[in-house]
Design a protein around this ligand. Structure first.
Ligand SMILES: O=C(O)CCC(=O)C(=O)O
Length: 437
């Protein structure tokens, strides 16, 4: 029997993909109801080729698989995919063709707003709640002078309007420096250009000093002033979070930033405007699939501890609901506020209590968008580990310890959207059994 075993396994994959596809994907191809499907005259169609690995759908390479020429199988439901094949003698080229349909929904949600001028006790409680529920919140009355914020916006606007050759003098994105469209080393792209520096005056100046058509002293001093203020704000926020979690040492998180070897970064993003005549009133509700929008910065979580983001008055930032990966929440721009998001390292240290929120920037507006991110990162040698206070019988140890250097290496080997922290997850059942022994 030619390829009976193969057929069984293909059929197994079919059922599994069908089940997964029902959850994930659009239907296409085969008819509903019970039926007989033949491999004859099926042709590869548009779409992506996937196979199942550890229950994940992974893009697959086309491979000839031995099959009986005619394959009978019940087509249980309208298929979640197409099986396509071309006859090759007694063999068939068979592949599953998944035609993904985005099930994304934009949902307006009241995101937490925290007034930092409020009572400390209330502020820290609200911050902890926001980090648990969204991994994201907005802060107002933060004390950062408008003048400094305006200077950064003005300087970055000027920088991004320079000729490309001038901007490139800030160095190729290795990953620090000036980059355009390419994000990272693994093929990710976005509709943006950016500057990425270590958050310290020397690194900033070293990268800016060669840009002859700009006053580099001024540009680097404006950015350095901003970095100083971001460090102060980040320390305050991290200490409030430490207190809010009831940690014995409220400086547990802020210590990472106070370390002189910290690996924190400052990033300036510029998203050129969208030419479309999309309805601007609703532009912030657009998904990445809307014809009148483009992906500026694809979905990802930040690997660091915490991010402080600010943008000009142009929409674009969206966060993913931690409860439903298909739901995206647009963030109303507010140039007078800062947006804070939890990064992977904080999720790991809180043993999953805080969520490292996935987010992205969509370009929908007819105005260009400028955003500035300050990423709080520890030193390369720092060890990130769930805090003992965060590990309980109900919330068992979820992540293994890692150094920041190790995490960065993993991050650079993966695509932007990958869930890197999953790779550091412990098998909770195994750990629980070990603990109970
Ligand atoms: O520009 C934004 O609003 C988000 C950018 C971002 O997530 C990043 O640079 O990591």
């Amino acid at each position: 029997m030619v390829g009976l075993a193969n057929f069984r396994s293909i059929f197994g994959i079919f059922l599994a993909v069908l089940a997964a596809g029902k959850k994930l994907l659009n239907t296409s191809g085969l008819a509903a109801g019970k039926g007989t499907a033949k491999t004859e005259n099926w042709h590869p169609t548009r779409g992506l080729f996937y196979h199942l690995v550890n229950r994940q759908l992974v893009p697959a390479v086309r491979q000839p698989i031995k099959l009986p020429v005619i394959v009978d199988f019940p087509v249980v439901a309208k298929s979640a995919f197409e099986m396509v094949g071309t006859l090759q003698g007694g063999e068939a080229m068979v592949m599953t063709t998944l035609i993904p349909e985005s099930k994304e929904r934009m949902v307006l949600s009241d995101l937490p707003v925290i007034d930092l001028s409020g009572k400390r006790d209330k502020v820290r409680k609200l911050m902890v709640k926001a980090c648990e529920e969204f991994g994201f919140f907005k802060v107002i009355n933060h004390g950062v002078p408008n003048e400094i914020i305006d200077n950064v916006e003005k300087e970055s606007k000027e920088f991004f309007s320079l000729p490309t050759a001038e901007k490139q003098k800030a160095g190729p994105p290795n990953p620090l420096g000036y980059g355009s469209k390419k994000i990272g080393f693994n093929g990710d792209t976005g509709d943006l250009e950016y500057l990425l520096f270590h958050a310290n005056p020397t690194s900033i100046y070293d990268r800016i000093k060669n840009i002859s058509s700009k006053d580099s002293n001024r540009f680097s001093s404006v950015l350095s002033d901003y970095v100083d203020l971001m460090k102060e704000l980040a320390c305050d926020l991290l200490e409030l979070l430490g207190e809010g979690l009831g940690l014995e040492d409220k400086k547990t998180f802020s210590k990472f930033l106070k370390d002189s070897q910290n690996d924190s970064l400052i990033r300036l993003n510029h998203y050129p405007s969208c030419d479309s005549d999309a309805d601007q009133r609703l532009s912030f509700m657009k998904t990445k699939d809307d014809k009148s929008s483009r992906v500026g910065f694809g979905e990802h979580s930040d690997p660091q501890i915490l991010t402080i983001l600010r943008s000009n008055n142009v929409e674009g930032l969206q966060i993913q609901s931690p409860l439903d990966g298909n739901v995206w929440i647009p963030v109303k721009s507010d140039p007078s506020a800062f947006f804070i998001n939890v990064g992977d390292a904080l999720q790991a240290m809180t043993n999953g209590r805080f969520v490292s929120v996935r987010h992205r920037a969509i370009v929908t507006a007819q105005k260009s968008r400028l955003s500035t991110m300050f990423f709080v990162a520890p030193s390369l040698q720092a060890c990130i580990s769930p805090l003992p206070e965060m590990v309980t019988l109900e919330n068992r140890l979820k992540y293994r310890s890692y150094t920041w250097a190790e995490y960065k290496k993993t991050m650079y080997s993966l695509r932007l959207a990958s869930n890197r922290l999953e790779l550091f997850k412990l098998d909770c059942n195994k750990e629980s059994k070990d603990l109970m022994r």
